[in-house]
Write a protein that binds this ligand. Structure first.
Ligand code: FAD
Ligand code: SF4
Length: 493
């Protein structure tokens, strides 16, 4: 520990952000990089705790705390403080296949568990992580390293999101021949078509895919398993199959006039927006000149707000069912759990600067849509709701006489996902959990079908990039063991 008083001498400083008024005029990332001096001081704030809760990634009191992939945070903080960036990168790469993704989009549960956070602002772990990996790229330290020998085993990965990419990376490093099948035209899963460009520029994904390809991983794009290639074909051609197809079945609102034109799922809207950036053409769904309402108070909804602002919407409102979060942790949300507190995310800051108002409306439930004669949505009817406890259960109830009508020509539904798309699960005839997720043996990631494994959102439901990386690493260990112990060169041969 270089400076035992660093946390007393320096205040927290995370990445500066570009001016919200300016950045809504483009699609570039909204954060800026930090100076050497700032980073050194931020690294010095780390107390090198005896028990570094930040990197535990363990279950505690029914939720997880710290970094799910057990990043060796105090070790790299010390290297950053000493200016030893290459050593910091070597430590980071021990636990994280893609720090350039987590360094940009992870909600940083590590910081919620940082010991300094008990009575001060936590260390800026995520910003430091991102800077370590970016310096690795800047200095040419991150280069393709193909495996020296091959085992002769062939593995198929279905889905190229963070879980599939991590599993592919690990299994390729272990010397197996790996092919990733992806139904979309570009790899990356929700990193590519979900998380918008201003949070994660797509060239960052392309840069990593290029390395994975040069290391020997094959990508077969525009290929939907179950449609273009059958499971029987895969099981006969490969020694193991890893299903990383995510959990992208959107939750709907089955209310009056839902079929009106102009009402879309958030994912369709976000995907269209990113595809239009790639093709440099107008998106098929656009917020330009429209009153936009986003239904759903989560992060996907926030990404819709930021996207609509960039498309020059006329107005923007986001409905959430829950009350506004408190400024400080509640008694039921103690450290080291992730703090459930109010924050002004990038999208809300931008909307606030543009319209002098936070776009969020709390405790609102949509009751009906209203459309014009040509079937296009015109407005929404909502009511205020509150939480009540009945028979020991918390329920949401309408508050009478609180109906309100809101103008809207574009409505985006962002109320989460019900789970994985079922077609692929049924195609493989997989056992499912009560929640419709792919059932696995808890420790081995094996599904109910021999030789078929699963990881990421398909197994755990919509989650986080960092959890997809963790599951990708864990499933790869199991698959490696399975194929090395297997006598077969293909499952059905
Ligand atoms: C809008 C949005 C924003 C988000 N923002 C964040 C964030 O800021 N930070 C964060 O940590 N997490 C975020 N998440 C969650 C995070 O993106 C996911 O938890 C993560 O991507 C899951 O990874 P995965 O690999 O399991 O699945 P996915 O990323 O969903 O990838 C699954 C892939 O499988 C492909 N596929 C599906 N079926 C088939 C088939 N039959 N054949 C071939 N390919 C198939 C899909 O096309 C897709 O590419 C966000 C999610 C959404 C929806
Ligand atoms: S991956 Fe996420 S939780 Fe882990 S150190 Fe990075 S920001 Fe923190």
């Amino acid at each position: 520990m270089g400076n035992p008083k660093g946390f007393l001498e320096y205040a927290r400083k995370s990445n500066e952000e570009r001016n919200p008024k300016e950045r809504i005029n483009d699609w570039n990332e909204y954060t800026l990089r930090q100076t050497d001096q700032d980073l050194k001081q931020q690294g010095e704030r780390c107390m090198d705790c005896g028990t570094p809760f930040c990197h535990t990634g363990m279950e505690w009191d029914k939720s997880s705390i710290g970094c799910p992939i057990n990043n060796l945070i105090p070790e790299w903080n010390e290297f950053v403080h000493q200016g030893k960036w290459k050593q910091a990168l070597e430590r980071l790469e021990l636990t994280n296949n893609f720090p350039e993704f987590t360094g940009r989009v992870c909600p940083a549960p590590c910081e919620g568990s940082c010991v300094l956070g008990i009575n001060d602002d936590p260390v800026t772990i995520k910003s430091i992580e991102n800077e370590i990996v970016e310096r690795g790229f800047d200095n040419g330290w991150i280069q393709p390293v193909p495996p020296k020998t091959r085992t002769g085993k062939h593995i198929a990965i279905i889905g190229s999101g963070p879980a599939g990419l991590t599993a592919a990376d690990e299994l390729n490093k272990a010397g197996h021949y790996v092919t990733v099948f992806e139904r979309e035209d570009r790899p990356g899963g929700l990193l590519m078509y979900g998380i918008p460009n201003m949070k994660l520029e797509k060239k960052t994904i392309d840069r990593r895919i290029q390395i994975l390809m040069e290391e020997g991983i094959q990508f077969q794009l525009n290929t939907e398993i179950g449609v273009d290639i059958s499971k029987d074909q895969l099981l006969s051609d490969y020694d193991a199959v890893v299903l990383c197809t995510g959990a992208q079945q959107p939750r709907d609102i089955p209310i009056e006039e839902r079929e009106s034109k102009g009402i879309h799922f958030a994912m369709d809207y976000l995907t269209e927006s990113t595809k239009s950036l790639h093709s440099k053409s107008e998106p098929n769904i656009s917020a330009e000149g429209k009153d936009v309402i986003v239904i759903g108070g989560g992060d996907t909804g926030a990404d819709c707000v930021a996207t609509a602002l960039r498309q020059k919407c006329k107005s923007i409102v986001q409905f959430g069912k829950h009350p506004e979060l408190p400024l400080n942790r509640g008694e039921d949300n103690p450290w080291p759990h992730t703090p459930m507190t109010f924050s002004l995310e990038y999208a809300y800051e931008e909307a606030h600067k543009q319209y002098k108002k936070d776009p969020r409306e709390y405790e609102v439930l949509t009751q009906a849509f209203k459309s014009s004669d040509n079937g296009s949505v015109q407005s929404l009817i909502t009511s205020q709701v509150k939480k009540e406890t009945k028979d020991g259960k918390t329920i949401t109830v309408n508050i009478p006489n609180t109906e309100k009508e809101w103008n809207a020509q574009l409505v985006l539904i962002a109320i989460g996902f019900t789970g994985p798309e079922q077609e692929i699960l049924e195609h493989f005839d997989l056992r499912k959990t009560e929640r419709g997720l792919v059932w696995t043996d808890q420790s081995t990631y094996k599904t109910s079908v021999d030789g078929v494994f699963t990881a990421g959102d398909a197994r755990r439901g919509q989650s986080l990039v960092v959890w997809a990386i963790r599951e990708g690493r864990e499933v790869a260990k199991e698959v490696n063991e399975y194929v090395l112990n297997s006598q077969n060169t293909a499952l059905t041969s």
